[in-house]
Design a protein around this ligand. Sequence first.
Ligand code: EPZ
Length: 429
Amino acid sequence: MDKLLIAGGIPLSGEVAISGAKNAALPLLCAALLTKEPVTFTNVPHLNDIGTMLKLLAQMGVRVTREAEKVPAGTHSAGAGDTVTLDAAGLNNAVAPYEMVKTMRASILVLGPLVARAGEARVSLPGGCAIGARPVDQHIKGLTAMGAEIAVEHGYVHARAARLKGARLFTDMVTVTGTENLMMAACLAQGETVIENAAREPEVVDLANCLVAMGARISGAGGDVIRIQGVDALHGATHRIMPDRIETGTYLCAAAATGGEVRLTGASATSLDAVIDKLMDTGCEIIAERDAIRLRAPPRLTAVSIRTAPYPAFPTDMQAQFMAINAVAEGTAVMRETIFENRFMHAVELIRLGADIKIDGNTAFVTGRPKLDGATVMATDLRASASLVIAGLVAQGETLIERIYHLDRGYEGLEHKLAALGADIRRVK
Ligand code: EPZ
């Protein structure tokens, strides 16, 4: 099992490129199931989750071709995405097996496209993960409302529909992949589908833009009501994956916590307003360029309280990283996690590094300390791991982070990018 060894105390400085967004790429790859024609994606990040999704699609009969984009000589490979072409003409196996789905919950995103394109699907229930139960009842409720016959048995969702019918859907809570699954299914349904209480995340908009390029008729994506007029078939398209706003936010937090100054290229500030607002509240100076973001940290950060909520509010995927910032900031922060029921696993590991954190239900009270001390800590989930990396970059002495396969799922070339920013970090066996 790989580990990351970090010698902390070095302010980050310099420039790195932001990769394509994991949470945009995952639904987009599934959208290729909706057509018999090839769909090409550029700026695809080189991540384990992407590899898992491509394997899942290939075992369904989708032809996958992937080539690394030529990186100009001298620039480091991380950040130059791959070009992936998917051809689902030969789709012949509408099954997402347990052994693949259990490693990546986002596999549930094949459900809607398979029912819409093939008229049936057998998808393993994703099961929970470290941060929560992660049910998919809203995905099932929506497809049922569109006329699919769905049985959940032996740990699989069996869905069947000769042709889905447009319907008025209302999700009980805002669900990102729920919105994405239903929007994809509705593209080939008979008639109009309206999704109320839809997720407004930028990744939903990126997916809608690609579906429209493929011939879908969608309006309202980015708002909380999305209208889809079903069509008989979609055609191929080429689509560039949007920049990863959570990767961007993570590097901004690392620069802030270490008192550094960085420039992130290929980053878009427009999808990060809530995060940038909070970073400015900590005392950071942030300059948004056309497709880059610059941050300069103050000598000592000021603690900021946050409350996670669906976009455009503060994203739950940035909560752990801000807990690392608050662990060394001046003052006490109150951090409320309203999306997932168990997303404070990083707190106990931060406490091992000397942080002063008290957890009470879904609220964490963090009192900043002047410094943290390096120690051995264990990653539990993707964003918790990022939080431990940030804390390790700040802590005095060495920090060894175990189980970093969590990191490899969602951060492309993390140690290379951080080393390019001056960090003393390396992967050890
Ligand atoms: C997406 O997960 C992201 N994953 C998550 O990012 C992100 O944390 C989450 O949205 C919230 O923004 C991808 O996009 C691949 P939800 P998703 O459905 O869609 C409950 C990361 O680190 N719910 O919006 O699974 C659910 O339990 C990952 O990159 C139901 O109860 O999240 C949660 O409490 C982690 N029933 C809340 O809604 C359902 O049918 C929001 O979940 C669906 C969701």
